[in-house]
Design a protein around this ligand. Sequence first.
Ligand code: CDP
Length: 238
Amino acid sequence: MNVPDIIIAVDGFSATGKSTFAKMVAKEFDFLYLDSGAMYRGVTLFAMENGLIAKDGTIDEAALKVVIDTLDLHFRNEEGKTLLYLGERCIETEIRTLAVSSYVSPVSAIAFVRAYVDAKLRAFSEGGRVIMDGRDIGTTVFPNAELKVFMVADEKVRAQRRYDEMVEKGDTPVFEDIVKNLAERDYIDSHRETSPLRQPEDAYVMDNTHMTLHEELVWCLGVIQGKFLLYEAPSLTW
Ligand code: CDP
């Protein structure tokens, strides 16, 4: 497989399928996959569990600031899956609840939280050959990423995908709650002061509303082939 050692930045709105796409590309082309949203979710879970977020959503920023640099959030690779750990505890399931989703955007709008996550992500990526998804990867974390993808999809389709994903995990979500949560997060993420969600100027835009996963992979391969002048397309395994 002759895809070069590059950094691929995948950004976009909530539930546009960034992580599914990034995991698939990572597997196919043997890249390290890093989920930046998981890190923000991890900080949020920590804050919730330690009484730093009040019922009305007020965040005790002063207290969070004191402890943030002591948080041992890191990824571990287990059976081909990249899982988030807080110290020795795997928190992959806990960070995906709607409760965490409802507080994560305000937490990730805090500048010192972003600085903490950015530093970790850059350290985890040393050596390159990384695909990372998030909101500001191509604009802030890796502005020099060799390939930037910006993903968009129809709102209803996004909500339905997230709904199906949660049902599959055994949750019983209310569809309207998901629609509301996605809209709220998109608004906060794109209007915050520090590193707001923006489409990088040099990004390739993928609207996957009507695309299958295989079509997404073929699309990615086409972009890589054209951009890096690979005369012979790397063959796909499926
Ligand atoms: O999977 P989904 O698109 O729902 O969200 P996520 O990638 O898990 O990210 C959760 C939240 O973290 C986002 O709504 C943002 O508020 C925040 N985030 C961010 O601010 N910057 C990033 N690079 C990644 C996530």
